[in-house]
Write a protein that binds this ligand. Structure first.
Ligand SMILES: Nc1ncnc2c1ncn2[C@@H]1O[C@H](COP(=O)(O)OP(=O)(O)OP(=O)(O)O)[C@@H](O)[C@H]1O
Ligand SMILES: [Mg+2]
Length: 268
């Protein structure tokens, strides 16, 4: 199913009017870190929009400001200029979106199921309902049978799957995923890409995703934002209207990868 921007196939949009309003929008975001020697400019007026139930990917060179941008979108950093909008309203997004950081933040003293239902517990939701929902996701992500395992008993790929389950267990509509498939071998990564696409499709979440991997961007996104080296600005915004599931060897995917690479190499 194509979930391209502006199509009528989005399952969660109640009306055509609503569909035009992005679930998440960043407008003209500028940010600099204060250093002893002065300011380090990191974001130079970044704008992007993700429609409800859409998947937008940020891709750009290491150190260009992708994590910083996600932290602004999460409300963890306040921009010097620009604003964050949720469903068309300028807001402080802190606590209103779910942010999965680049580093693994599983709690070592909780078993896998306990980690997965953390957000539900913090929100005061029913633990029984959360456990049932989590079990379904353990199954979808190929972790059935490991509900009682502790993080140190899981492999790197399993820990990443568990962190993703925890993120998708969130009741927030907007998920910010910072390289959730980084540091995995190619086979595990390919399987996880498929699981991730399926779960996203099934749950209808709005995703802003960061990756270094051009193929991953081409396989998963319905919009790709290519960023310049620091200070980041958008050098290309590529809509992707290809049916899913996508075949990494198809001409369209290969062509899209080449297009993204050209923009990355051009430095804008
Ligand atoms: N807390 C901080 N204080 C000062 N500078 C920082 C801080 N965090 C990041 N930076 C700097 O800001 C720039 C952007 O960092 P950021 O982590 O956003 O990049 P990134 O695009 O996510 O990189 P990567 O792809 O390697 O994860 C880098 O030059 C980094 O050194
Ligand atoms: Mg980063």
């Amino acid at each position: 199913m194509s979930r391209g921007v502006g199509t009528t196939s989005c399952p969660r949009a109640a009306s055509a009017v609503e569909q035009d309003v992005p679930a998440l929008e960043l407008r003209g975001i500028a940010f600099a870190y204060p250093l002893l020697a002065g300011l380090l400019p990191v974001l130079a007026g970044v704008s992007l929009a993700v429609p409800p139930g859409g998947w937008a990917t940020l891709i750009g060179p290491s150190g260009c400001g992708k994590t910083t941008l996600l932290k602004v979108a999460a409300g963890l950093l306040r921009p010097a200029e620009g604003e964050v909008l949720l469903a068309g309203q300028p807001v402080d997004p802190l606590g209103k979106v779910t942010y999965m950081p680049q580093a693994d933040t599983l709690l070592p003293w909780r078993d896998a199921l306990g980690n997965a239902i953390l957000a539900a517990e913090v929100d005061g939701r029913s633990r029984a309902a959360a456990r049932a929902a989590a079990r379904d996701l353990f199954h979808r992500f190929g972790l059935a049978g490991f509900e009682g395992a502790y993080p140190h008993e899981l492999s790197g790929g399993m820990r990443q799957r568990l962190a993703l389950i925890r993120t998708f267990m969130s009741h927030r509509d907007v998920l910010l995923l910072d390289e959730p498939l980084g540091a995995l071998d190619a086979l595990t990564r390919a399987a996880l890409q498929e699981w991730l696409a399926e779960v996203w499709e099934a749950l209808g979440k709005t995703v802003l995703f960061v990756t270094h991997d051009v193929e991953e961007a081409a396989l998963l996104s319905d919009r790709i934002y290519v960023l310049s080296p620091r200070p980041a600005r958008v050098v290309a915004e590529l809509p992707v209207d290809l049916p899913r599931p996508r075949d990494r060897t198809s001409g369209e995917v290969v062509g899209l990868k080449a297009q993204v690479l050209t923009h990355l190499e051009s430095d804008g």
